[in-house]
Design a binder for this molecule. Structure first.
Ligand code: TRP
Ligand code: SF4
Length: 367
């Protein structure tokens, strides 16, 4: 059978149908959220669209009880606007008072991306951490670590690596295969480290038993499924089950998927105003044909990348609504939208780069 799309942690192909994924993965749509979530466009616009056991986190927030939000980053490739979607959530929860755990998945990257450890460390700090701080992450209120060096405190470090090792007894080879499809020893080790990333905050050496939320792109759900199974099965520890939320991907500018390795598919933080302009000018829109045709028939904002970039990245609901209507009615043309988006992104990038300079100084003190 030819699948029309496929989503695994290693590859995303085809046009993703998110409703189908909810059924396929056995996850739940987001529940009704309190007012403070509505202020964040990712929640308000349902870019974060599904969850497992998220109610536990909502309860903790309501009752003012502590919880952890944990994520990991792959230090490969350059930072692009798609990466912003995850870190904006982390910053949102940090401001709500969550304890943040941030893992650099250098062991995973080493085993699956074929880079040197030195290169990976450099990328993690210069590309990711600096951008995270520039976007608003407070590094001093965040447990930031590399999978290859968990902590200077040997008791903590031992506990993390011990857990990663022990979790291997909590899944069978066939389960790994069912969850990941094709597997290699490298992927298996990555999966064990990732499960330890997600679960170790609850060890006595860290925070003790408490709710842990792992917000991820929907492609990462297999990691969560297997970590949840392991968490349930491990006898030595009494973990609270993991909570997770799932977000949609910012689509690629040209066609279906965005990839750090396809230069024109993404806007990188390091892109010059000229590059941004060119990429947006060449992006895929829902308009088409001649000017006359578009004025008569209107465009299709639902498939338009320019529209989607405004939808995923910029806050003004009213502007968005007006543009949507005008596009459908043929009252605006793609050139105008492209210019508008280019300006918005370049303004954002300009301010961001200034903040990144400051972040760099902060990091040198922090590390
Ligand atoms: N596998 C993740 C990725 O490809 C990185 C990662 C490592 C991670 N440990 C994690 C993500 C823990 C979430 C939670 O991006
Ligand atoms: Fe997209 Fe604007 Fe063109 Fe409509 S008019 S298809 S929103 S670029």
């Amino acid at each position: 059978m030819i699948k029309d799309f496929e989503v695994t942690p290693w590859e995303v192909t085809g046009r993703v149908d998110y409703d189908k994924l909810i059924k396929q993965f056995g996850i739940k749509p987001m529940p009704k959220l309190p007012e403070k979530f509505q202020k964040n466009l990712l929640f308000r616009r349902k870019i974060i669209f599904a969850q497992r056991d998220f109610g536990r986190i909502l309860d903790s927030i309501r009752d003012g009880r502590p919880f952890v939000v944990m994520t990991g980053l792959m230090p490969s490739g350059k930072f692009h606007l798609g990466h912003k979607i995850l870190i904006d959530q982390i910053i949102f929860y940090q401001r709500l008072g969550a304890k943040i755990y941030l893992a650099v998945a250098d062991i995973e990257a080493y085993n699956t991306r074929n880079k040197s450890m030195r290169e990976l460390e450099e990328t993690a700090i210069r590309e990711y951490l600096e951008n995270y701080i520039a976007l608003g992450l407070k590094p001093e209120k965040c447990d930031f670590y590399f999978q290859s060096k968990r902590s200077d405190d040997w008791k903590k470090s031992n506990a993390y690596y011990k857990l990663a090792g022990m979790l291997a007894s909590c899944a069978t080879f066939n389960e790994f295969r069912a969850v990941y499809g094709e597997i290699t020893p490298g992927k298996m080790v990555s999966s064990l480290f990732q499960a330890s990333d997600m679960l170790h905050a609850q060890l006595d050496e860290f925070e003790g038993k408490m709710p842990v939320l792992v917000p991820v792109g929907i492609d990462q759900d297999p990691h969560l499924r297997i970590a949840r199974d392991m968490s349930r099965r491990i006898k030595e520890f009494d973990f609270m089950q993991l909570s997770s939320t799932y977000h949609k991907f910012l689509p690629g500018l040209k066609g279906e998927k965005m990839s750090s390795s396809v230069e024109e598919s993404a806007i990188f933080i390091s892109d010059s105003p000229k590059e941004v302009k060119k990429k947006i000018w060449n992006s895929f829109t829902g308009g088409g044909g001649s000017l006359k045709e578009q004025k008569e028939k209107g465009g299709n904002p639902d498939v338009c990348r320019v529209y989607q970039y405004l939808f995923y990245l910029f806050d003004d609901d009213n502007e968005l609504k007006v543009r949507y209507e005008k596009c459908k009615n043929g009252e605006i043309l793609c050139g105008e939208c492209k210019e508008y988006l280019t300006e918005k992104i370049n303004k954002f990038l300009k301010e961001h780069r200034k903040k990144k300079e400051t972040a760099r100084n902060k990091i040198d003190r922090y590390l």
